[in-house]
Every structure is written in structure tokens, then in C-alpha cells.
Design a protein around this ligand. Structure first.
Ligand code: FPP
Length: 258
């Protein structure tokens, strides 16, 4: 009698079903995680609270997730905090988000920096208030020598703006004779993005059930694994993060090969 014929029908099915691992393989962590933190407004609405309460809860959630990623040994996290399109929201909400970001950057010097996090802002700074621009410079300098996770806060960020700025810079260099058209390569373009010098995200997480990229890291996400969850961002826990990483580790990444 073979080993298989001793199994009942149900056991047989179980035997062949790929068992979902319940623990993270620490040898196969994503180096870089991108996060579209969506659903703050709906989280607040469900509770009869103003949208600002959702953003505040979202900022708290972010701190927990960054701390957990750092402890796990993930090297980079990029979070979409304010897009180039978010200016079209009501002024009250934009002002609230800007104040929250300012406070977050200030606090980060005491909290996240104490955890050895390197904080960087990516996006177009010119449209931000002088106060925020100055705070970004301070927080970046204050955390520059840390050795833990690099946290890119995408602030007034849009991938099309990022690519347009990069292309303009490259065209300018060609015009000045510093490089030739033949020097333009995918590596050169990558190096001119806000994330220049960093690895591309291995994993993108988007919360709240929306399945789109919304102008986030369009170049860098070319070969990233996508993880979409219905959880609203303020409800997204460290356990949810672990589930996303476990799912990422089950994927067979081929980068266009076989
Ligand atoms: C999307 O949810 C979220 C944003 C536009 C802002 C993200 C900001 C935070 C998570 C908090 C602040 C971040 C930092 C770094 C301090 P939504 O408002 O579009 O939600 P909805 O789709 O449910 O309306």
C-alpha cells in the first residue's frame, strides 16, 4: 500500500494544498516597501468623526508600522503622505494635513530618530510652506547619520512630476554637453529620481480596497509585488504588515524571466 492510499480524501487534499506559512522568513525580507496609506477619511466617517481624526489615526498607525519594519530589519519604507493632486481637497483638510506633517517631522526628532530611523522627504518642495521646508531640512540633517530604516515621506509627491523633473535635468545636461543622448539609460533615469541610489520597492501595500497606483512611484514599481487589502489605513496593524510580507514571500518573482 502506498503512503498516499492511506490518506482519506480530505487528508489527501490537505497534503497537496500549499500550506500558507504563518511566520516570516527573515532571510527573504523585502528590502524596500512602498505604502499607499488610504482610507483615513472612510475610517473617520464610519465613526462619525471629522476627516482630520482619520488622518491623526493614520499618523499613529504609520509610527507603529515604521517601528515594526525597522525592528524587523527592512531597509527602506516609502509612504505616500500627500500627493501633488491632494491640493484640490478642501483648504481646511489641506491645512490640517500640513500641520500634522509638520508636527510629525518635529516629533520624529525625538521619537523615530531615537529609534535610529533616517527620515527623508521626497517630492517637490517649492510648493510647501517655508516652515515645512525648513523643518524637512532640520529633520533630515538630524537623522542623516542614523543607521536604521530609511523612511521616505512622499510629500507633494507625484510620479509624473518626479519623472518630468528628472527628464528636464537630463535634457539640460545634454544641452550643456555634459552627457550625450547615448548616455541616457534606465540606470541614469533611476538615479535622477527622488529615490536615486535606493533599491526599488520589492513590495507595494495599498490599503482601503482601492486597486490603483494613483501616481505613486510609477517607474520604481516596475517589478514590485502588489498587495491590496480592504483594511483602512488606521486599522492596519503590525499583524497585517506581517501577513503582507508572508504573502510577498509566497510570490514567485521572475523579473520578466521564466
Ligand atoms: C488617504 O486617505 C490618505 C491621505 C491623503 C493622507 C495620508 C496621511 C496620513 C496617513 C497621515 C499623515 C502622514 C504623516 C507622514 C504624518 P483618504 O483621506 O483619501 O481616505 P478616504 O479615501 O477614505 O477618503
Amino acid at each position: 500500500m502506498s503512503a498516499f492510499s492511506a490518506l482519506s480524501g480530505k487528508d489527501f487534499a490537505m497534503f497537496f494544498k500549499k500550506k500558507k506559512p504563518s511566520a516570516i522568513d527573515m532571510e527573504n525580507l523585502p528590502k524596500h516597501i512602498g505604502v499607499i496609506m488610504d482610507g483615513n477619511g472612510r475610517w473617520a466617517k464610519k465613526r462619525g468623526l471629522p476627516r482630520s481624526a482619520g488622518h491623526k489615526a493614520g499618523a499613529d498607525s504609520l509610527k507603529k508600522i515604521v517601528t515594526a519594519c525597522n525592528k524587523m530589519g527592512i531597509r527602506y519604507i516609502t509612504v505616500y503622505a500627500f500627493s501633488t493632486e491632494n491640493w484640490s481637497r478642501p483648504k481646511e483638510e489641506v491645512d490640517y494635513l500640513m500641520n500634522l506633517l509638520l508636527g510629525y517631522l518635529r516629533d520624529a526628532e525625538n521619537t523615530l530618530a531615537g529609534e535610529n530611523v533616517v527620515i527623508r522627504a521626497i517630492g517637490s518642495r517649492a510648493e510647501l510652506s517655508e516652515e515645512i521646508q525648513e523643518q524637512i531640512i532640520k529633520t533630515e540633517a538630524f537623522t542623516a547619520n542614523n543607521t536604521g530604516i530609511v523612511m521616505n515621506i512622499a510629500l507633494n509627491y507625484g510620479a509624473r512630476e518626479e519623472l518630468t523633473t528628472a527628464v528636464r535635468g537630463i535634457a539640460d545636461d545634454v544641452q550643456k554637453g555634459e552627457i550625450t543622448v547615448g548616455d541616457i539609460s534606465p540606470e541614469l533615469i533611476s538615479s535622477r529620481l527622488y529615490t536615486g541610489g535606493q533599491p526599488d520597492p520589492d513590495l507595494l501595500i495599498r490599503t482601503s480596497g482601492e486597486i490603483r497606483l494613483s501616481n505613486f512611484m510609477l517607474w520604481q514599481l516596475a517589478y514590485s509585488e502588489m498587495y491590496f487589502t480592504d483594511k483602512l489605513w488606521p486599522d492596519f496593524t503590525v499583524r497585517d504588515l506581517e501577513d503582507a510580507i508572508i504573502e510577498y514571500q509566497r510570490r514567485n518573482r521572475r523579473f520578466g524571466g521564466v
